[in-house]
Ligand binder design. Structure first.
Ligand code: MLC
Ligand code: AMP
Length: 501
């Protein structure tokens, strides 16, 4: 069986698929380039049989062609985050155990040493995504894994979420029905391509439907506004932090510029927000300046999208709507029993969009599913008048900053590795820009001189930039309860109090 998206694209060879920094490419170009990539990855074999391919490629044409090539060769695509330092990338190489690492020339330096130390083959996209011969490609059953996305949790370091071709298809078909994707759509993409938001909701949904996906190399508010102001983008999706940045840029612009920008945004048929709670003031201000009422939805790496406000009908502020087509969602108490209507409960999800397993982590996989197969999201909600309202997470140690999910425990572990740190506690402090602002309270080793800057520099070498605490406060002792457990709420208050002063 050929992955469905490939079959569908054959009928659209002449249509534009991707507009990228490298140029404009048709579905035919994508089919041809990905067949070459697949042939090169296969290197004479019939099938990659689920070998992992880690790829570190900036958002653009080479990224998409590589991803499709891996799928067509029967491999598992493991996108590496372009913002990550070598230490985080090396962690993924150790965990995913890929057969090969693909890197773009400008990012090669970040993975070369780790790949060589592990005896891995490195292929450069400039050579991989180029003209060349194509051979027979394998038949890839839908049940086989398509990709693995790394996500933070309450235990240990990030885990690989294994998503099958059937999962991707179910996720995209659900969003196609709910949001009425069509081949006349044109979507703008500037979100990272190592998360479901960028990969599935934007890129794959567009290409599944024969639409155009226009990829910007990075997020810059003025670039996005100028692109929107041309009036031909029909679908736009982003995280709340991005909408807030766009609002700030609009407020700073002069009157004619504002008018042109607003007119462009008004031309979209739908603008969507997700990956973190959309603050009501952001929803309202966006509507004032663009006339667009943002459609908020809720999802997660392990399940794709689960809940969405409607395309037609009331989009309730502070709510994330109802279950998407094909997705079952329930609210339960701590014993996994469904709760009464209008009662707070833990969100559980079931259906063909839900992932199969965490890579090489059977115990963790088992722990997140109930005996009857419901996935425990770790989020809580209440249903009010038929619409779900997200109330937060069960764990205080899972934070969302600018749409990125991070584990406070992982950051604490890294900070504790510094010789000047005796103890520390990382918390998320509510913040209008980031959602959760990452802050750390640190107890210093008496003999060592550490401060905010030295600790941030230390963390930056070891962690993704968005995990590095924005604020670090040196304290004499961490607030603990009678059992000796750190009281995270009290730590959070250390930062909140100062902000208000
Ligand atoms: C960048 N920084 C962040 C950050 N992103 N810090 C905290 N949180 C983040 N998310 C750091 C930078 O490295 C820099 O550090 C400093 O903050 C200022 O950077 P910036 O230039 O202002 O940030 P920028 O590069 O513009 O990035 C902001 C952003 C980006 C919001 C555009 O974070 C982003 O694209 N987020 C979306 C992530 C996403 O797609 N999530 C979906 C997950 S899937 P320094 O040290 O240099 O000052 C999912 C499921 C679902 O959640 O439901 O969709
Ligand atoms: P990730 O693991 O990066 O896929 O992040 C998924 C998490 O993002 C969910 O478990 C929620 O906590 C959060 N999330 C996604 N969408 C929303 C939303 N609309 N409102 C509140 N939280 C959200």
């Amino acid at each position: 069986m050929t992955p469905n998206i490939i079959e569908r694209s054959e009928a659209r060879r002449d249509r534009i698929a991707v507009i990228a920094p490298e140029g404009v490419f048709t579905y035919g170009d994508l089919l041809d380039a990905s067949a070459v990539v697949a042939t090169r990855l296969l290197a004479g074999r019939d099938d990659m049989e689920g070998e992992r391919v880690c790829f570190l490629v900036p958002p653009g044409w080479a990224h998409v062609a590589t991803q499709w090539g891996i799928w067509r060769a029967g491999g598992i695509a493991v996108p590496l985050a372009t913002s990550h330092p070598p230490a985080e990338l090396a962690y993924v190489l150790d965990d995913a155990q890929p057969e090969v690492v693909v890197a773009h020339g400008e990012l090669l330096g970040r993975v070369t040493e780790s790949a060589q130390d592990r005896g891995l083959t490195i292929l450069q996209t400039e050579a991989l995504v180029s003209l060349g011969p194509t051979g027979q490609l394998p038949s890839v059953d839908a049940a086989r894994p398509a990709m693995m996305l790394y996500t933070s949790g309450t235990t240990g370091r990030p885990k690989g979420v294994v998503i099958s071709h059937a999962n991707v298809t179910a996720q995209v078909e659900s969003l196609t029905t709910a949001w009425d994707w069509r081949d006349t759509d044109q979507v703008l993409l500037h979100l990272p391509l190592h998360h479901v938001h960028g990969i599935v909701n934007i890129l794959t949904s567009a290409l599944w439907n024969g639409a155009i996906c226009e990829i910007l190399p990075r997020f810059n508010p003025v670039d996005v506004w100028e692109r929107l102001s041309r009036g031909d983008v029909t679908v736009y999706m982003a995280v709340p932090t991005v909408y807030r940045r766009l609002i700030d840029a609009w407020e700073d612009a002069d009157a004619p510029t504002r008018e042109a920008w607003s007119a462009g945004a008004r031309a979209c048929r739908v603008m969507i927000s997700g990956s973190a709670a959309l603050p009501v003031p952001t929803l309202e201000r966006w509507q004032e300046i663009t006339g667009q009422r943002l459609l908020e939805r809720y999802g997660m790496t392990e399940i794709g999208m689960a809940l969405s406000n409607p395309l037609e009908g009331e989009r309730r502020a502070g709510h994330v709507g109802r279950p998407l087509p094909g997705v079952s969602v329930r609210l339960v108490n701590d014993e996994d029993e469904p709760v009464e209507d209008e009662t707070q409960g833990n969100i559980q999800v079931q259906g063909p969009t839900v992932f199969a397993k965490y890579w090489n982590r059977d115990a963790e996989t088992e722990a997140v599913f109930t005996a009857d197969g419901w996935f425990r999201t770790g989020d809580q909600a209440v249903v009010q008048g038929g619409a779900f309202r997200i109330l937060g997470r069960t764990s205080v140690d899972i934070l969302k900053t600018g749409g990125e999910k991070i584990s406070a425990l992982e950051i604490e572990d890294v900070l504790r590795g510094h010789p000047g740190v005796t103890d520390c506690a990382v918390v998320g402090v509510p913040d209008a820009d980031w959602g959760d602002k990452v802050c750390a309270a640190v107890v210093r080793t008496p003999s060592e001189a550490v401060n905010h800057e030295t600790l941030r520099a230390y963390a930056k070498e070891r962690l993704a930039p968005y995990k590095v605490p924005k604020e670090i406060r040196i304290v004499d002792a961490l607030p603990r309860n009678a059992m000796g457990k750190v009281m995270k709420q009290a730590v959070r208050e250390l930062f909140e109090v100062t902000e208000e002063e």
